[in-house]
Every structure is written in C-alpha cells, then in structure tokens.
Design a binder for this molecule. Structure first.
Ligand code: TRP
Ligand code: SF4
Length: 330
C-alpha cells in the first residue's frame, strides 16, 4: 500500500511483561492490526517501560520475543508496520533525559497512573526515580518517532495530554521542533480474568493467546459466574456474569438466546462455558497456526527486529539532532 494514501503517522507501544493475553488483544492488538492499513504505523516493544515498576529482569529478553511473536501472529505485518525494540535505540534514553529537564515534577505527580502504581510498588527501597518519569519516557517515544496520532485507551489519556504540554513547553522555550500528537481514542473493553479481577499475568487469572486449546477450556470452565445462581435451577443474570461478557465478544450471534436461557434456567453454567470455550478456541486457532511458524524461526524474528530498529532509528536520530540544535547543545 502506498504510504502517501495514509492518514498520518501513528506511534504506539506495548510493554513486554510476558506473553499477551486476551485483555491485550482486545484493548491494543486488535486496534493495531486494523490501524496499520489506514495510517503509517510504528509499534514499539517498550522494554524500558517494563523496568519502571520492577527490578526483576530475568525474563525480559525472552518476553520481548514472546510479544514480538504475538504481534506477528495476530497479524501485524512487518512489511506494513515498523516494529522495533525501545532499548535498542539509545536515542530514547537521550531524549528522555533532555525532556526530563523541562518537565515540572508536579505535572508528573498528578498523573493518575503514577498515584496508583506508587501504592502497590513492591520494592522495599521505595519507588524508583524512573517510575515518576514514566510519562516522560512515553512522551519521548511519541515525539522522537514523530507520532501524530496515538491510539490510547481512556487510562492512557492523561499521558497523552502531558505529552502535549511537554511539546508546548519545549517549543516555547527553544524552537518549534515538535508537533502536538492527537489521541485516537480506542474502545478498550475492560477484560476480567477468570476470577473476575482485571485480567493480568500477575494475578494468574489470564487467558493467553498462546494457551493450548486444553488450557483455554480448563480456564474457562473455572470462570466465576453469576454469584446469585447457586443451583442449576436458579435463574441467572447474564449481565452480572463474566462468562456472558465473553460470549458478547466471541459468540455474538448467540448472545440473545444465551441470555434468555440463562434467565429462565434453561441452560446450565457448565454447558454455557463449554460453548464459550469452543468459540474462543475457534477464534484463536488461526493465530496459533501463525504462532507456530514464527516460534520456530528465531532468525526470522531477529531479522524483523533488525529491520524495524533500523527504520525507527533513522527517524529517532533525526529528531534528536533537531532537539539538540534547538537547545544549542550542538
Ligand atoms: N505506556 C504504555 C503502557 O504501559 C506503553 C507505551 C510505551 C506507549 N510507549 C508508548 C503507548 C507510546 C503509546 C505510545 O501500556
Ligand atoms: Fe453466566 Fe452462562 Fe451461567 Fe448464565 S448460564 S450465569 S451467562 S455462565
């Protein structure tokens, strides 16, 4: 596809904290696949971001591959999108430092994500300096790659607003180097895990894209259902049942009948879950085939990243040079 026909440049990132689960797929990856045909897209595996709230890095490199395989297997096409690894481009670290100089600390302290994370941070030494700077790192990503549009869910909007404030401040203090990026507000359904808490690897409640069919089925069969439906004969309340939310996503043509059958106790929860499991397995079967192809091909993965890094680096070093000129560092 001709780049010129596209609507502008998108930059977005995902943290390599482990293999992607259904929550990532619905909130991020699905949008990324669709957007790559409308916009010029650069997608970042944000490994530096993954360091902002943990010190344990044993799996980091492996997780970069995991996420890369997930991106490719869901249909991000490296011929169409640029995929690169954040830490492979030292320009990020440099621009992050320079932007940190002009970002007032109170702007960072008022970020809701910071306030939340600060509370549940695990290190006994207290919160790291990098966590406060997390949104500056995200601004760096967007600005260094000249992102005009950023697909974000509601939770990331404050970070984008902060990026825009940093742009205004930098351009005002030095020179008009940056353009204010716009949000593309994407629908990000809150996906709950099998225990009804937010789906997250750390809670052990996630259904991963790479799970085997048996794993998917086993996880779905233990999902929490409507708590008011203690017995098979009790009428259910589908709108209060996470299994039903999944039916809405993966079995949409049957939701009317299922809701009805649930309400009049015409269907049992086991049966309802078994049907859902079949659907989820079917939806992700194509993904699994592609995953198998990439999994066995490290060289190909390394080539894809090398290419992506190269393309991304050309843009990043151009931006960095403009910044340094504006700041009279060169
Ligand atoms: N902050 C995002 C997250 O934690 C990931 C991310 C890193 C990102 N850099 C970005 C998102 C740039 C959008 C644009 O999920
Ligand atoms: Fe949930 Fe299905 Fe049971 Fe109704 S029948 S409570 S929708 S699992």
């Amino acid at each position: 596809m001709e780049k010129n026909n596209k609507k502008g440049k998108i930059l977005s990132g995902i943290r390599p904290t482990g293999p992607c689960h259904i929550g990532h797929y619905e909130a991020i990856l699905k949008n990324w696949v669709r957007l790559q045909y409308e916009y010029e897209t650069t997608y970042e595996i944000a490994d530096l971001h993954a360091l902002t709230d943990r010190t344990e890095t044993g799996d980091l490199n492996e997780n970069i591959y995991e996420v890369l395989i997930d991106l490719l297997a869901v249909g991000i096409d490296p011929e169409v999108s640029t995929i690169f690894v954040q830490s492979h481009l030292p320009q990020h670290s440099e621009l992050h430092l320079l932007l940190s100089m002009i970002t007032p600390v109170p702007w960072l302290e008022r970020c809701p994500t910071y306030k939340e994370k600060k509370q549940d941070i695990q290190s006994g030494e207290g919160m790291g300096y990098g966590l406060l700077g997390y949104p500056v790192l995200m601004a760096t990503d967007i600005l260094i790659h000249k992102g005009e549009y950023v697909p974000v869910g509601e939770d990331q909007l404050p970070h984008l607003e902060l990026t825009r404030e940093i742009v205004r401040r930098f351009n005002h203090l030095y020179d008009d180097v940056f353009v204010e990026p716009q949000a593309i507000l994407t629908e990000t359904p809150k996906i709950l895990g099998v225990d009804n808490r937010k789906m997250s690897k750390s809670y052990g409640n996630a259904i991963f894209l790479k799970d085997t069919d048996d794993d998917i089925r086993a996880k779905i069969m233990i999902m929490i259902t409507d708590p008011r439906r203690a017995y098979r004969k009790d009428p259910g309340h589908p709108e209060e049942c996470n299994v039903y939310s999944f039916h809405l996503l993966y079995n949409s043509e049957r939701t009317g009948e299922i809701a009805e059958a649930c309400r009049n106790a015409g269907i049992g929860c086991r049966e309802c879950k078994a049907e859902l499991a079949d659907k989820v397995i079917e939806v992700f079967s194509e993904y699994k085939e592609r995953r198998r192809y990439f999994e066995g091909n490290r060289e190909l993965l390394d080539d894809i990243i090398r290419e992506g890094d190269k393309k991304a680096e050309a843009v990043a070093s151009d931006t960095l040079l403009r910044v340094k000129r504006a700041m009279k560092l060169v």
